[in-house]
Design a protein around this ligand. Structure first.
Ligand code: ZN
Length: 205
């Protein structure tokens, strides 16, 4: 493939769908479909370049997630796989309306908050983060949910958590209806005590 020509070279007349390219890379395509994509990629620099981008993006996300340095909602499978792979996972499960004492040590790889909530019937769920007075600071809109999962697993950024001073964080799960009205699903207080050396600093994430 001539990558120098991909930016200005001829655009592909029948570009392969990005989802199909991702499946191709994951070896998730059926035999005949895989062959068709492969033949196309041999001849098409444009789609070849897009495949490279998809691979780089997916690897980047996976790397960041495994590093534990991004704030994200994760699945139970993600946590189980991380533990199987030998990562040290620290988990806290405050009861809805309740609180938990928490910390993070230098050896921890992932920091997970288990937020129990009844998600049945929820169309859109936002995860909100509030300061110790309960004033919202930021939110993750429309997080991925499984209605029968019984809650949400939140991965705090390990970079952020290891830097943080002792503090109180209040997380809220809210469901939004079609009109945008909010319904509180659960509120969870994390009383974080810094156990690493130094006073800690607030990082922008
Ligand atoms: Zn193409």
């Amino acid at each position: 493939m001539n990558h120098d020509s991909t930016s200005e070279g001829p655009r592909c007349a029948k570009p392969i769908d990005s989802a199909v390219l991702a499946d191709y890379w994951l070896a998730a395509l059926a035999g005949i479909e895989e062959e068709t994509v492969e033949e196309h990629l041999f001849a098409c620099d444009s789609c070849g370049a897009r495949l490279q981008e998809i691979i780089a993006l997916a690897e980047g996300v996976r790397f960041l997630a495994r590093e534990g340095s991004v704030r994200m909602v994760v699945s139970d499978e993600f946590v189980q796989r991380a533990e199987r792979d030998g990562l040290r996972v620290r988990q806290y499960a405050p009861p809805p309306g309740g609180s938990v004492e928490c910390t993070v040590t230098a050896e921890d790889d992932l920091l997970i908050g288990r937020l129990a909530a009844n998600l049945v019937g929820a169309r859109r769920v936002d995860l909100c983060f509030c300061d110790e007075r309960g004033v919202e600071q930021f939110r993750m809109p429309d997080i991925p949910i499984h209605p029968d999962a019984g809650g949400v697993l939140y991965q705090e950024s390990m970079t952020y958590a290891k830097a943080s001073p002792s503090s109180r964080l209040i997380a809220r799960l809210v469901a939004l209806d079609e009109g945008g009205a909010e319904r509180l699903l659960g509120e969870y207080t994390f009383n974080h005590t810094r156990s690493l050396p130094g006073p800690g600093i607030w990082l922008q994430v």
